[in-house]
Design a protein around this ligand. Structure first.
Ligand code: 5GP
Length: 476
């Protein structure tokens, strides 16, 4: 028996074992993806299932693929979908050059070249696909294809045990004709559901833009019982599986919010293990304002409400951060990377307080407001090769954490020696994705701030202090 056959044999044994275990569905599928990856020596594998309307394949679990790559169901949707849906094997020797592959950029960024899709069938009907991804161009032998079919079949046979069917039911169906402008790269499972409120739809677009997987109203929590009957239920608007957080969005005025607040408080008390966040009207307006639109965007912002940090306070804090970084990076030569444009004042000042040799580079990413039909992407890449280097990201402000999460994921695929973040401002209260922040200037309250590089509709960047914008709409 040669090396590959032995690995395949062992992998089949493992798959059969996990198929007979009580692993939860996603873990079970990940374990299968892992066994397949290792056995035939590829770089990653994803298991995709059909959504309820049967129009899309949606990646459910993967191994060896970065989060953003596997969660963007593009792969499953773009490459000859019809063929896979018809039960045929699809092999793409070079996905970066294959005209069938619309998003070769995505594949190139992940470093993938060859892709093979094996249909998963249940009683003659295609229910999904097993996709393997390789960073080198390669062929797949008959024996390897047979092995993948065997793995796929075992996965499907085990599906009765693991309630694969339930998992498929959770995938939203494509039912909104007017949603053609929505990003195709929905990081959530397939196309969006009908939203109860336009603010929810807008928020889903924002999550899609940052490739953050979401589920709309996936679970209802009983809050009150009368005998054995649930008297009161609460269904949070969104669930973000990758960060295990429920979100409830309310655009009601403050004084009408007490009922929602009460429900959220009760949910926290009854289900302490559940992580839930309430985004109120002010949060919501501020999130949209930073993209230059939303209700605040239609208002004339006339003035600064109050100064949060004076010029002197900022300079003193930046000096201390510079000193600390100089100590921590002694004997190293960090590369400081800034995301244009908000950090330009901070970057200019902090570099002058760092006393060790360093270099700088900049990147730019597309903004949600300007690129609503797409997904976040890099519009200006770093020029330096960062492999093996000590990278320090310089950020102006971390708010939800979505921007930084995307950029850190991207940079880490280039294998830097270390990757840390220094942010001037940390708006902790509104964090959705927990990104590690090694150096922080100031923690700030949940307010929309401008000055010292930070803008509102490209204005106020040149203020030497950081101030809070007068939130006209909140005062109504
Ligand atoms: P995140 O992705 O963490 O939600 O947002 C990060 C980016 O949003 C920052 O780099 C910054 O450009 C913008 N941002 C977040 N909060 C504010 C704010 O209060 N004021 C301004 N001017 N921009 C903000």
């Amino acid at each position: 028996m040669n090396g590959t056959s032995l690995r395949c044999y062992k992998a089949l044994k493992e798959v059969a074992e996990v198929a007979n275990s009580a692993l939860p569905p996603k873990k079970f599928l990940r374990s299968i993806a892992k066994s397949a990856t290792k056995a035939i020596n590829v770089d990653g594998c994803s298991v995709a299932l059909k959504n309820t309307t049967g129009e899309h394949l949606v990646s459910i679990s993967s191994y060896g693929l970065s989060d953003w790559y596997s969660r963007s169901s593009l792969l499953e949707q773009n490459h000859d979908l019809e063929q896979v849906m018809n039960g045929e094997v699809v092999f793409i020797p070079n996905a970066r050059q294959d005209p069938r592959f619309q998003n070769s950029e995505l594949v190139a960024r992940e470093g993938m070249v060859s892709i093979l899709s094996i249909p998963l069938t249940q009683r003659g009907e295609v229910i999904g696909a097993l996709n393997v991804h390789s960073r080198t161009q390669r062929e797949f032998s008959h024996a390897e294809r047979d092995f993948l079919f065997a793995v796929g079949n075992l996965a499907v046979i085990a599906s009765e045990n693991i309630k694969l069917h339930d998992l498929m039911q959770q995938i939203p169906c494509d039912n909104t004709a007017d949603d053609t402008a929505l990003p195709k790269l929905t990081s959530s499972l397939a196309s969006p559901p009908s939203f109860a409120h336009p603010s929810e739809k807008e928020f889903a677009r924002l999550l899609d833009f940052y490739r953050i997987e979401w589920l709309y109203e996936p679970r209802s929590f009983p809050l009150q019982w009368e005998k054995d009957q649930a008297e009161e239920m609460f269904t949070p608007d969104f669930y973000l599986p990758a960060v295990n957080i429920y979100l409830e969005i309310t655009t009601l005025k403050q004084k009408h919010q007490s009922d929602k607040n009460r429900k959220v408080r009760r949910l926290k008390k009854l289900y302490p293990e559940i992580n839930i966040k309430l985004l109120n009207k002010k949060d919501y307006i501020n999130i949209l304002a930073k993209y230059g639109y939303g209700p605040l965007g239609q208002t004339t912002v006339q003035d600064i409400d109050r100064i949060l940090f004076s010029e002197n306070q900022i300079q003193e804090r930046v000096r201390l951060l510079g000193e600390q970084i100089s100590k921590d990076y002694a004997n190293k030569q960090p590369l400081l990377i800034g995301i244009l444009k908000g950090m330009f004042c901070f970057m200019a000042d902090i570099t002058r307080h760092i006393t060790i040799p360093l270099s700088v580079d900049f990147m730019a990413i597309s903004r949600y407001a300007n690129d609503i039909s797409g997904a976040v992407r890099i519009t200006k890449d770093i020029e330096e090769n960062i492999t093996g280097k000590d990278i320090l990201m310089i950020e102006d402000i971390v708010d939800t954490g979505m921007t930084l999460n995307y950029v850190l994921n991207y940079l880490s695929t280039h294998n830097p020696s270390s990757l840390h973040v220094c942010t001037l401002l940390d708006k902790k209260a509104r964090r959705l994705i927990n990104v590690p922040l090694t150096y922080k200037g100031f923690e700030i309250p949940d307010e929309f701030v401008v000055g010292y590089g930070l803008d509102y509709q490209d204005k106020y960047r040149n203020l030497p202090f950081i101030g809070v914008l007068r939130p006209e709409l909140d005062k109504k």
